[in-house]
Design a binder for this molecule. Structure first.
Ligand code: F6R
Length: 254
């Protein structure tokens, strides 16, 4: 593993699987440390293709090494608006499919934004989501991917550094990237509920994953560009405990 000198700590790994093992080991160690202190371990989780293998590795650790998630509380970053939770493109479905249905997490400890609300019910939900994270003492660890727009969560270009959980409109690039999974870009929900930039930056530890050459340009902008709301991932430069875990392709423009 190679470290690169930059504004954000970077670990360039030989391949995604090497990065997956490293990050899953860190998450498991944190869960066990909190267990030994009899405290909840509060994890912020992402969906999308980047973390899937992390979840597979955590499930393996649960099955083969007895890693327990009984003390784990999770907050997912985001959810599409308008998809029922059993829709196979919803992030509720994704998380159950890849992680929650395979481990011993307590259902009441799982938190995912509700994409089925509107108006004042949605506003109250977003406020309660933020408050619940605070009530748990904040996120101990936040796992992130990065969109080609530079979004973290669904904080698209234009998101402010003090943004919190809210409904957002997705960028056309994000809709295009999701198109194939929805059998056509016209089927992708155009809005979502996402934790804000401020919600993410409050985490005590942040690890962002990026695999593949399609992420190389935006990863370089996130790490080496000026901090700007046009590339929300640049806000991570102002966080003091963030690590980008990149395969060689994603790191190729650094
Ligand atoms: C998902 C999320 C998004 C994704 C990003 C990268 O919960 O918040 O920011 O992390 O769009 O997606 P993938 O990993 O599919 O390239």
């Amino acid at each position: 593993m190679e470290s690169v000198e930059s504004k954000i700590a970077v670990a360039v790994v030989a391949d995604a699987q090497t990065g997956v093992v490293k990050v899953a080991d860190e998450i498991a160690a944190l869960i066990q440390e909190k267990q030994s202190q009899n405290k909840p371990c509060v994890l912020g989780l992402a969906t999308g293709s980047s973390p899937i293998k992390i979840y597979q590795e955590l499930v393996r650790k649960h099955r083969e090494e007895g890693l327990s998630f009984e003390n784990v509380v999770t907050f997912n970053l985001d959810e599409y608006c308008g998809l029922e939770t059993d829709n196979d493109q919803s992030y509720h479905y994704f998380m159950n499919h890849h992680l929650f249905s395979h481990i011993d997490i307590k259902p009441e400890n799982v938190n995912i934004p509700n994409g089925l609300l509107s108006g004042s019910a949605l506003e109250a939900h977003c406020e309660a989501y933020e408050q619940k994270i605070k009530d748990f003492g904040g996120l101990d660890f936040q796992l992130l991917g990065i969109g080609r727009t530079g979004h973290i969560g669904f904080n698209e270009p234009g998101s402010s550094v003090d943004s919190v959980t809210r409904m957002v409109t997705l960028n056309q690039v994000t809709l295009n990237d999701a198109g194939p999974a929805f059998n056509g870009v016209e089927n992708v929900p155009t809005t979502a509920v996402t934790m804000g930039v401020a919600s993410v930056l409050q985490a005590k530890r942040i690890v962002l994953l990026a695999w593949g050459v399609a992420k190389a340009s935006i990863v370089n902008q996130a790490i080496n560009g000026e901090i700007t709301n046009q590339v929300p991932a640049t806000y991570l430069q102002a966080h003091n405990n963030t690590l980008f875990v990149l395969d060689k392709e994603a790191a190729s423009e650094l």
